[in-house]
Design a protein around this ligand. Structure first.
Ligand code: ADP
Length: 260
């Protein structure tokens, strides 16, 4: 997209020529477009649960609803408010990372320890679905210089997805490995997988393969975009490989220090 500004050059009120300035606004245009899309997405994501909450509140307020049904409706209201809370939390995290690019609180961390903590905190979910979680943690004790909270969040989002998008009784293999560059963290599942055509867009904010399924599983559509942002702030790399119906592998590489 090109924007052209034109101005005449006058000497003694005589037009002597014209100056044209061409700006390539493709990038700017794309950014504006993305921003607009993002705001539209946020509004939609917030309005959907709000509409549900309002309709159940109205039903409870203006009708005689028996105890069994009112409990059911209240539970739906609870689920929807939880969803909104998660969404607002994720949005705040993203916007904080957008605005403070150098906001990392780096400290030497034992990456295996971070992974173990996350696996522990998700063990109830994994057990509920009867998954077999296999931990393959490297014995190396080398520390990585990372922002502990953010890396924990990153691992949480990836492992949580593996649990969510794998049908009951799945196998989730979580590994760490160290080489001269840094640490490699891999989460492999044998779940529903991702269609090839969706893979290139999977790290975009609010992009989901199946909106209904993601909603049902309590997703916000922001998990992987948060992963990508955290990894990039650490000057690392993330990739996702997947085969529909077979499973997914997410691989994150982080350097020992983001400055190295
Ligand atoms: P969500 O909150 O919807 O889970 P994410 O950003 O974490 O959002 O993931 C985006 C989409 O990528 C999901 O909606 C899902 O379609 C797909 N996805 C992510 N991880 C996996 C996985 N391990 N297996 C299958 N699909 C996945």
């Amino acid at each position: 997209v090109l924007m052209i500004n034109a101005a005449s050059v006058k000497i003694n009120n005589q037009v002597e020529g014209y100056v044209y300035v061409m700006h390539d606004i493709t990038e700017q245009h794309k950014l504006d477009q993305m921003r607009k899309e993002f705001v539209a997405n946020v509004s939609h994501e917030l309005r959907t649960p709000l509409a549900t909450i309002k309709s159940y509140v109205e039903t409870l307020l203006y009708n005689d609803v028996d105890t069994e049904y009112s409990k059911k409706f209240l539970r739906i209201i609870e689920t929807e408010t939880d969803r909104m809370t998660r969404l607002v939390k994720d949005l705040l995290l993203l916007s904080k990372m957008d605005s403070e690019e150098n906001s990392l609180k780096l400290e030497p961390c034992d990456f295996n320890e971070i992974v173990k903590n996350v696996v522990n905190s998700l063990s109830i979910e994994a057990t509920k679905k009867g998954h077999n979680v296999i931990l393959n943690l490297s014995e190396t004790l080398q520390k990585v210089n990372v922002d502990k909270d953010k890396v924990e969040q990153m691992a949480m989002n990836i492992i949580n997805n593996a649990i969510k998008y794998t049908p009951e009784g799945g196998v989730i293999e979580i590994s760490t490995a160290y080489d001269e560059e840094g640490v490699t963290f891999t989460v492999k599942d044998n779940g529903i997988g991702i269609p090839k055509e969706d893979l290139p867009r999977i790290f975009e904010r609010f992009y989901r393969v199946d909106k209904a399924r993601s909603r049902e599983l309590g997703g916000t559509g922001l998990g992987l975009s948060i992963v990508k942002q955290i990894v990039e702030l650490h000057k690392g790399k993330v990739k996702i490989e997947s085969e529909l119906g077979k499973g997914t592998v997410v691989t994150v590489q982080l350097p020992y220090s983001k400055n190295s």
